[in-house]
Design a binder for this molecule. Structure first.
Ligand SMILES: [Zn+2]
Length: 226
């Protein structure tokens, strides 16, 4: 075989391994027991009007995640999740964060509202972040409930050990939330079909995926969860 053909075969073999790995989660035998006993939460990151088309900091095709997330909550992950958490950017009108970004998700404005198509299961929790004038708060772990309970505290009180993470944007708030979750000892599964990237620089989205994988997250397609 020519060297170039070998190279192509090698790349194809690698792709197959990646596909098999992605499809084996979470139904592989080794994970079966763990999956039944481990309590899980779905973390829906920042699916807000300003991050969707028409918003002041729109993520391309950001609204496409809405029906996918509804499906995850109500069907695909229904039997596996014990809690659903929605994070939101919730900035004061005047803050340092707006020196880096166009103003977005300002408290008590329509832009800060959740996308109208998103459904909220009974008992779900909202985490607000970025409320301090000096905070970027990309990670949902920097936020808290209206009652002042931090995300980590709430999850640990509920004995949650595994997080399914989805939302906007892959290369900012999803990425930061996932890296924080891993550093705090949670098992993390990113459902990549239910995330969209900003891609300010080409490759930001794929690079964020590699970074989350390297840090220990599982990256799966929704088809692997059925
Ligand atoms: Zn923000």
């Amino acid at each position: 075989m020519k060297k170039s053909s070998l190279k192509i075969v090698g790349v194809m073999a690698f792709a197959m391994v990646v596909i098999l790995f992605m499809q084996s989660y979470p139904n592989s035998k080794t994970n079966e027991k763990e999956n039944k006993t481990m309590k899980s939460a779905l973390i829906v990151v920042d699916v807000q009007n300003d991050f969707c088309p028409g918003g002041t900091l729109a993520v391309p095709k950001g609204d496409e995640v809405v029906p996918i997330i509804n499906d995850l909550m109500e069907t695909t992950l229904k039997s596996q999740i014990d809690l659903v958490v929605f994070s939101r950017d919730y900035h004061p009108a005047d803050c340092d964060h707006f020196k880096k970004w166009p103003p977005h998700c300002i408290q008590n404005t329509k832009g800060a509202g959740f996308h109208a198509g998103l459904r909220f299961p009974k008992g779900s929790v909202v985490i607000s972040k970025g409320m301090d004038i000096h905070d970027d708060a990309y990670s949902a772990f920097e936020g808290c409930t209206d009652a002042g309970v931090s995300l980590e505290e709430g999850l640990k009180d509920s004995k949650i050990e595994r997080l399914f993470v989805v939302g906007l944007a892959t290369d900012y708030c999803v990425r930061s939330t996932v890296l924080d979750a891993l550093s705090k000892g949670f098992e993390v599964v990113v459902v990549i079909d239910a995330c969209r990237a900003v891609n300010l620089s080409a490759g930001d989205g794929p690079n964020a995926i590699m970074e989350m994988l390297d840090a220990g997250a599982s990256i799966v397609h929704i088809s692997a969860l059925n």
